[in-house]
Design a protein around this ligand. Structure first.
Ligand SMILES: [Zn+2]
Length: 553
């Protein structure tokens, strides 16, 4: 059957209602529940019945949860290929309180929410009353975008002749470590070689937020994200002898204070600024109560950036740590001198020294102390911890902390010091504007979309260089030189079997990217919702227009 606009919109509805009902919670075995949904989806279409090697499930590499990337390829005339991506994992529903059982059933959830207007804000109340929005977990983020892509693939698969090629990738784990997309890069490389494909555009369909009703937003890039750790090794002392040691809590607190929402970390691109950094974790390493200061403290700083390289970020953070050290040293010396005078003694300056090392600097020092045998020791420690992580005995951050401590334990320096580096996940910032060759690969997407929407609906689209919600588009192209990549790898203790980014394959499949998704609100909240008109009419029409123009242009 050929699919008219009306059947496509009905298809989106049918697909979405089934897709939404699957509670594919991120980073759980529940994500595998989509396997049957995709088996049904592909097996029902005659194109895929006769082209059984044009779809499949590709295993996520070294995944303890055994999840898959589900993919389908509509192969047509020529080599030009558009890749559509979306993630099928959703965040948990803990914040749905007494409405958990309705989280995946929009009609029922809406009915229940209407009985509880007191708990909704003004905007959610108005949207609920209007009937124009679809409420529920995964409606905005992002099964609607997924349903649009699948309905379009179904449409392209139903026509007799087709110009170009379209691939849809349905990905797990986006809300966690993006292990789906990091594996899918290798799948794209394989498909490219097997079918001689020329990748010209990657389209993601994450929801977008709006400031006004008739101004949509498209993004030709995606913000970068780094998870930076600061490990402070103090000098343990009895609390009654505080000036004989260094409390790592006070130093880490000072570093946190100096860097939280620190605008020095912002990247500016035209009239867009990246998001200021924030600390997502801050703890000391003491296991039990005693009357000593802790031996160490550790914190994790979330840095969202556009184009800063790993080295740029390390340099900035190192400087901030050095400033904090100077501040703490001054405070300690002033307090110590005054304390000594009050006790009738003549003060002498405190003598400890402190330095900041990157993880790779520390690694090299320990390697020179212990020789080649150290590398095998480190790999062994890493494997042991990896097993504990796979068995869910420790989380990723604890594994990182323990690996840093493994180095500290065998390093001979007794002085306090700070170690900084990266923990997973890492999302490179990408934009079509980062290189002339990337921009030349695609047409003027903003003009293409804005002309289309303004003519059709008198609705305009604003162009952003970066999608700031963090997305899998970060792995659509390679934006770092070799040194930056190496610097990231050598400063990430967990880099290896457990976590890696296929930079080589990304270089091979590199293509421009764009996010075109429906208008959504309150992502991850109980009132998560998406605008029906976008899901069932406008967004699919825009994406179809972009695909047509790209493949035929
Ligand atoms: Zn999302």
């Amino acid at each position: 059957m050929n699919r008219t606009p009306d059947t496509v919109f009905a298809d989106i509805h049918n697909i979405l209602m089934k897709y939404l009902q699957i509670p594919s919670f991120s980073n759980t075995a529940e994500e595998r529940r989509v396997d049957d949904f995709f088996a049904d989806f592909f097996s029902a279409q005659s194109y895929f019945q006769t082209h059984s090697n044009h779809f499949g499930k590709y295993p996520v590499q070294k995944d303890a949860l055994q999840r898959h990337v589900h993919w389908g390829l509509r192969q047509g005339e020529g080599s030009k290929t558009v890749v559509l991506i979306h993630h099928y994992d959703v965040v948990d529903i803990d914040n749905f309180q007494d409405k958990k059982e309705f989280a995946f059933n929009p009609p029922l959830l809406q009915e229940k929410l209407k009985m509880d207007f007191d708990r909704l804000d003004v905007d959610a109340t108005a949207d609920l009353k209007s009937g124009e929005w679809l409420f529920g977990r995964g409606t905005a983020d992002m099964k609607s975008g997924g349903a649009i892509q699948l309905a379009l693939l179904q449409k392209y698969a139903s026509v007799r002749s087709f110009t170009g090629n379209v691939i849809v990738l349905a990905l797990p784990d986006e809300e966690n470590l993006s292990s789906g997309m990091r594996s899918a890069v290798s799948l794209l490389k394989t498909l490219k070689d097997k079918y001689t494909l020329d990748y010209v555009l990657m389209i993601n369909s994450e929801p977008h937020q709006r400031f006004s009703k008739n101004l949509g937003v498209l993004s030709q890039g995606s913000i970068g994200k780094a998870n930076m750790f600061v490990y402070v090794k103090g000098a343990l002392t009895h609390v009654g002898k505080i000036f004989e040691g260094l409390n790592p809590n006070s130093l880490l607190a000072k570093i946190v204070w100096e860097t939280e929402v620190d605008l020095d970390f912002l990247d500016i691109c035209g009239d867009e600024a990246s998001v200021p950094p924030t600390w997502i974790y801050m703890k000391d390493r003491k296991r039990n109560y005693d009357v000593s200061t802790p031996f160490a403290s550790v914190g994790y700083l979330n840095v969202l950036n556009f184009f800063s390289t790993p080295d740029d970020l390390l340099t900035k953070l190192k400087k901030k740590c050095e400033n904090a050290i100077a501040g703490i040293q001054k405070k300690m010396n002033v307090a110590h001198a005054e304390f000594e005078r009050k006790n009738g003694r003549t003060p002498a300056p405190l003598s400890w020294t402190l330095r900041v090392l990157t993880f790779s600097e520390l690694y090299k020092i320990v390697l020179s102390e212990h020789g080649q045998s150290f590398e095998a020791m480190f790999a062994q420690a890493s494997n042991k911890l990896s097993k504990k992580f796979q068995d869910r005995e420790i989380d990723l951050l604890e594994m990182n902390n323990l690996l840093v401590e493994f180095l500290l334990d065998i390093h001979s320096d007794p002085n306090p010091y700070i170690v900084i580096g990266f923990a997973p996940p890492f999302y490179p910032g990408v934009t079509n504007y980062q290189s002339a060759s990337l921009a030349a690969q695609c047409c003027d997407l903003h003009k293409l979309i804005d002309d289309f929407t303004s003519k059709k609906w008198h609705q305009h689209y604003h162009n952003r260089h970066y999608y700031t919600g963090i997305s899998d588009l970060s792995y659509s192209t390679l934006n770092y030189d070799k040194e930056s990549t190496e610097s990231l790898i050598s400063n990430m203790p967990l880099w290896g079997d457990l976590y890696s980014i296929p930079f080589g394959d990304i270089g091979e499949i590199s293509m421009p990217c764009v996010n075109i998704g429906p208008w959504g609100k309150d992502f991850h909240k109980m009132t998560e919702r998406v605008l029906k008109e976008d899901v069932f009419a406008r967004t699919p029409a825009i994406i179809e227009h972009v695909i047509d123009s790209t493949l035929k242009g």
